[in-house]
Write a protein of this length. Structure first.
Length: 126
């Protein structure tokens, strides 16, 4: 089995799993139950792993790239109407207490995903 992607959220994992299965790819989620029952174990076990057979891996990877491109193409800038958006991830500023708690619990600092329009420099949440 080949791991294509890892998730810390079972909802996103199931969306991708269903998409691959809908296209005839045999796919599985490894460690789904452990990560869902006890989210504190997520970093220790490496999250929920979307896995496919080695022979299906190239096609599955291509399908996931197409899905991402479709999702990005459906977005338009609410400010200028441009479709040339870029997806960015920004680590949120944290205070000392939150940072300490993050380090002690082995969880990464909170981050947000947002779209950025290169035409008008407008940014909005993904």
């Amino acid at each position: 089995m080949v791991t294509l992607q890892t998730f810390d959220n079972y909802v996103q994992a199931h969306i991708k799993l269903g998409y691959l299965q809908e296209h005839g790819i045999t796919a599985f989620l490894q460690d789904e139950y452990s990560a869902t029952i006890n989210p504190a174990l997520n970093n220790a076990i490496g999250g929920i792993k979307l896995q496919v057979t080695e022979t299906d891996a190239p096609r599955a990877f291509e399908l996931l790239q197409q899905l991402f491109a479709q999702q990005l193409a459906q977005r338009i800038c609410p400010n200028c109407g441009s479709k040339e958006l870029q997806l960015r991830v920004t680590v949120n500023p944290v205070n000392v207490f939150t940072k300490l708690l993050s380090v002690l619990s082995f969880n990464p600092a909170p981050a947000t995903m947002h779209y950025s329009c290169p035409v008008c420099n407008y940014q909005f949440e993904a």
